[in-house]
Write a protein that binds this ligand. Structure first.
Ligand SMILES: *Cc1c(COP(=O)(O)O)cnc(C)c1O
Ligand SMILES: [Zn+2]
Length: 411
């Protein structure tokens, strides 16, 4: 927190004191999402490459000086971040590009990138002396909040749409959350959570309201840069629902660029599902975002009304990137190839970014001599029902070698 200058409204540009503890801009209301601004001149004096060489904290907190958290209690959270980044051996040659790096965020404690925001949420709530945190979520923000809160001894109230995959629901219940399954889509789930949070006054982890969530998510970009020895790739691809994750990815690179640790900000490829693509449509048609149906198996990005449209849109345009959409069939195909080529198991929304990279390569958006990093945002074990749609059936056989020979002969 010591290098935070102030908060600025992304709509009207008004600046607020960091001690005001605001969620959103009082003038603009809920749409006035705040951006946290740092004193880069001061940071430049403290943070350089050797600062990181000497940093033994291999979690997201290694970037604590460029975050909006206080030091106390950081050691009490689950261990989030510093997930592996793999140089792809086979996938890159399949799609015909020079270098492809895959960051596996499914290896976070609750198995998605959302842990980076939830860890900040529980630190904030706990240091403010709040004991109940609430959020609405397509599933991962929920299970992530529930797990991270359990570790800190906080209670959670979670709103998810009825469609949430069983794996995510199981996580919620195991982590001891009070779970409300809303008979409706994510739009209706969000609305109910908002009314309930206003009414009961819980700490609000809704990522598009709470400016600290993007500050947590940005650490994924910082890790990509550091793990690639500060030589950032030409493109970074990520799947987009509400727009907070890609907003965070942009912010992470922006901070590093402003401090002088990297020489440019990578182009961001925002990837949406064909059946739910309000960002893509707004970008292509060059008009404001409009609500859409939520019609994709990639439940984590099945967001008909994105809650962070400004940060999401700005991330792609300021980085000079672009948007693509991918079909559910393409997502399932990517899931299977990623698993069998690289040993990485992503959930549908988790691999959508990579599916988008494949498409962008085919369409010549990404050139064969460019380097790409893709973020696999969530683990496939959360949603085995869809994974099984992507794969051939196993051989079912009596415990009898003669019978097995019948099925196995052709191998
Ligand atoms: C939340 C989530 C996303 C998208 O993040 P947004 O902030 O909603 O844009 C992508 N993939 C997975 C697995 C997620 O859980
Ligand atoms: Zn404002």
């Amino acid at each position: 927190m010591k290098y935070v200058n102030s908060y600025r409204c992304t709509v009207c540009g008004r600046e607020y004191d960091k001690n005001d503890n605001l969620y959103t801009c009082p003038k603009c209301g809920d749409t006035g999402i705040l951006d946290i601004e740092y004193n880069y001149e001061k940071l430049k004096k403290v943070i350089n490459k050797s600062y990181f060489d000497n940093n033994k904290d291999y979690s997201m907190w290694r970037y604590r000086d460029v975050m909006s958290v206080e030091d106390s209690k950081l050691s009490e959270t689950l261990r989030v971040g510093w997930t592996p980044i793999y140089k792809s051996n086979r996938f890159a040659s399949i799609i015909g590009i020079k270098e492809l790096y895959i960051k596996d965020e499914g290896l976070n404690p609750t198995a998605s990138l959302k842990d980076r925001a939830s860890a900040v949420a529980v630190i904030k709530a706990s240091s403010e002396g709040r004991d109940v945190i609430a959020c609405s979520s397509t599933g991962n923000a929920a299970s992530s909040l529930a797990g991270n809160a359990a570790r800190m001894g906080l209670s959670t109230v979670i709103f998810v749409p009825e469609r949430a995959p069983q794996g995510k629901l199981a996580q919620l219940l195991i982590y001891g959350a009070k779970v409300i399954c809303v008979k409706g889509d994510y739009r209706e789930t969000f609305q109910l959570s908002k009314k309930a949070i206003d009414y009961w006054g819980w700490y609000n982890r809704n990522a598009a309201i709470n400016p600290h969530m993007v500050e947590g998510k940005k650490t994924v970009a910082m890790e990509i840069a550091e793990q690639l020895k500060w030589k950032v790739p030409d493109w970074v691809a990520v799947s987009v629902g509400d727009g907070c994750t890609i907003g965070g990815v942009y912010k992470g690179f922006f901070d590093l660029f402003s401090i002088g640790l990297i020489d440019r900000i990578p182009k961001l490829l925002g990837v949406q599902a064909k059946g739910c693509c309000p960002f893509y449509t707004a970008f292509i048609e060059n008009k404001p975002l409009e609500p859409t149906d939520e019609n994709t198996i990639a439940d984590s990005i099945s967001v008909g009304i994105p809650r962070n449209p400004i940060k999401g849109m700005n991330a792609v345009s300021r980085s000079k990137g672009t948007w693509v959409v991918v079909s559910d069939e393409a997502i399932l195909e990517t899931m299977k190839i990623l698993g069998s080529c690289e040993g990485i198991f992503g959930e549908p929304a988790g691999v959508a970014g990579l599916s988008g990279v494949m498409k962008a390569c085919r369409e010549g958006i990404i050139k064969s001599d460019e380097t790409v990093s893709v973020i696999v945002t969530g683990n496939g074990l959360k949603d085995v029902k869809n994974a099984l749609k992507a794969t051939p059936k196993p051989i079912v056989c009596q415990p009898n070698i003669e019978e097995l020979k019948k099925y196995f002969v052709k191998y």
